[in-house]
Ligand binder design. Structure first.
Ligand SMILES: Nc1ncnc2c1ncn2[C@@H]1O[C@H](C[S@+](CC[C@H]([NH3+])C(=O)[O-])CC(=O)[O-])[C@@H](O)[C@H]1O
Ligand SMILES: O=C(O)C(=O)Cc1ccccc1
Length: 243
């Protein structure tokens, strides 16, 4: 149920297809993401800590692009008011199927709903916490503004948006340095040069990273009043935005 070692790009491929959140990826997803994203465990754990502080009675908590539910489970551990509902959304059937089993094994008084839906069209309302952990990066850039605007409109005053992303740097030296440091991190976690290169080419034109400045300016345009980068490690960062 999502506990295999990631070997998706371990063997040479004659053609590297665009990355897909299919069954093969879902099976090894926790291993893949922890070995690929520096700071992932910290971001997941602190998502729970922040949700505890910002979750309001009788409101909704959304985990958009929930994959196997790491963020929503972290929030479920920290929130204890049964009037709060958690909603996880993902458009990968393989992810939602596995996530459903994982959530069922995790006892909690907090009502949790999982939706196999696109986060761009799923119904959003009455939200005190919205989490976009490494998901906005897969949405076409021109569609990101309208989605953030829709999230803002669905949020209660005092609510928080947690946005974690792979980022890029305007300065080409920093872009090169952080890309190399990220690859060193992956190598240190047991990925071969072949795995790193094939995964990189599968993500090209799919995972479109933006600068922290672009993210901040989109959040400000949507209307968020307080915006802060609370975590960064190399080319991965997490931002909070409060309505
Ligand atoms: N339009 C979309 N609508 C809904 N889901 C989508 C869409 N596009 C992509 N996804 C989903 O977003 C998830 C991104 S992974 C999130 C990790 C998780 N947040 C975690 O913290 O463990 C991050 C990564 O793999 O880098 C996948 O499950 C996709 O199916
Ligand atoms: O693996 C990478 O290089 C990444 O940028 C992060 C990632 C992690 C899991 C799925 C897709 C991208």
């Amino acid at each position: 149920m999502g506990n295999r070692k990631d070997s998706v790009y371990a063997n040479p491929l004659t053609e590297v297809h665009q990355f897909k959140f299919d069954d093969r990826v879902a099976q090894c997803f926790p291993d893949m993401i922890t070995r690929s994203v520096p700071g992932y465990e910290t971001i997941i754990a602190m998502t729970g800590v922040m949700a505890q502080r910002f979750a309001q009675a009788d409101s909704h908590i959304y985990d958009l692009g929930c994959s196997l539910g790491a963020s929503l489970l972290s929030m479920r551990q920290h929130v204890d008011d049964a009037s709060i509902q958690i909603i996880g959304v993902d458009n990968s059937a393989a992810m939602i199927e596995r996530c459903t089993h994982i959530v069922a094994l995790n006892n909690s008084p907090i009502h949790t709903e999982l939706r196999l839906e696109d986060m761009q069209t799923t119904e959003l309302c009455n939200a005190s916490v919205v989490v976009l952990n490494f998901t906005l990066q897969f949405i076409p850039i021109e569609e990101r503004g309208p989605l953030i605007d829709r999230i803002y409109a669905a949020m209660k005053p005092g609510g928080i948006l947690i946005l974690s992303e792979k980022i890029r740097f305007e300065d080409e030296h920093l872009q090169q340095l952080n890309t190399e440091l990220h690859h060193e991190f992956k190598r240190g976690n047991g990925y071969s040069d072949l795995e790193i290169a094939q995964k990189r080419s599968s993500l090209e034109n799919y995972l479109r990273a933006e600068t922290i400045k672009s993210h901040e300016s989109r959040l400000a345009t949507a209307g968020f009043s307080s915006i802060d980068v609370w975590f960064q490690c190399f080319n991965f960062a997490s931002v909070v935005a409060i309505k």
